[in-house]
Design a binder for this molecule. Structure first.
Ligand code: DQA
Length: 139
């Protein structure tokens, strides 16, 4: 199984962001743990960008992958372009968020990724990512 791990804007700043919502770990820490958990069962490819267009192009170039784990960051709440790129993807799409976007500001309740996602894990800080990878590895 080939899985893309895609992170949107400001997720490269994990470790420095509000720990109450995002925890202590850096994205590098989280990715290292995901790799460990996938071990030989899946091949992971990691990508982070702060740019909407780059995220769209990356998705378009990897449509042959089996699954995507995506934290769209703030683009979750704004990006029809990322929604449309994900719509082209035939494999499973798992949406993740470190924080619980439903229990924060109203603008975070708008979610353009939700309708193309097979499953959503949120509100458990880095555990949300780990639940997503275990879910895929069980499929
Ligand atoms: C986030 C939640 C978003 O609202 C926010 O813009 C982020 C991170 C999360 O993982 O909790 O950057 O996606």
């Amino acid at each position: 199984m080939k899985i893309l791990i895609i992170n949107g804007p400001n997720l490269n700043m994990l470790g420095k962001r509000d720990k109450k919502y995002y925890g202590q770990l850096t994205l590098k820490d989280i990715n290292k743990e995901l790799k460990k958990r996938a071990s030989k069962k899946a091949k992971l490819k990691f990508y982070q960008s702060n740019s909407e267009g780059e995220l769209v192009t990356f998705i378009q170039r990897h449509l042959n992958y089996d699954a995507i784990i995506i934290n769209g960051g703030a683009y979750t709440h704004t990006s029809i372009a990322i929604h449309d790129a994900l719509e082209l993807f035939k494999g499973k799409i798992i949406e993740v968020h470190l924080s619980n976007i439903l229990e924060r500001e109203d603008f975070r309740k708008i979610d353009y990724i939700k309708s193309v996602a097979t499953k959503i894990f949120m509100g458990k800080k880095e555990e949300s990512y780990y639940e997503a990878i275990s879910y895929l590895l069980k499929q």
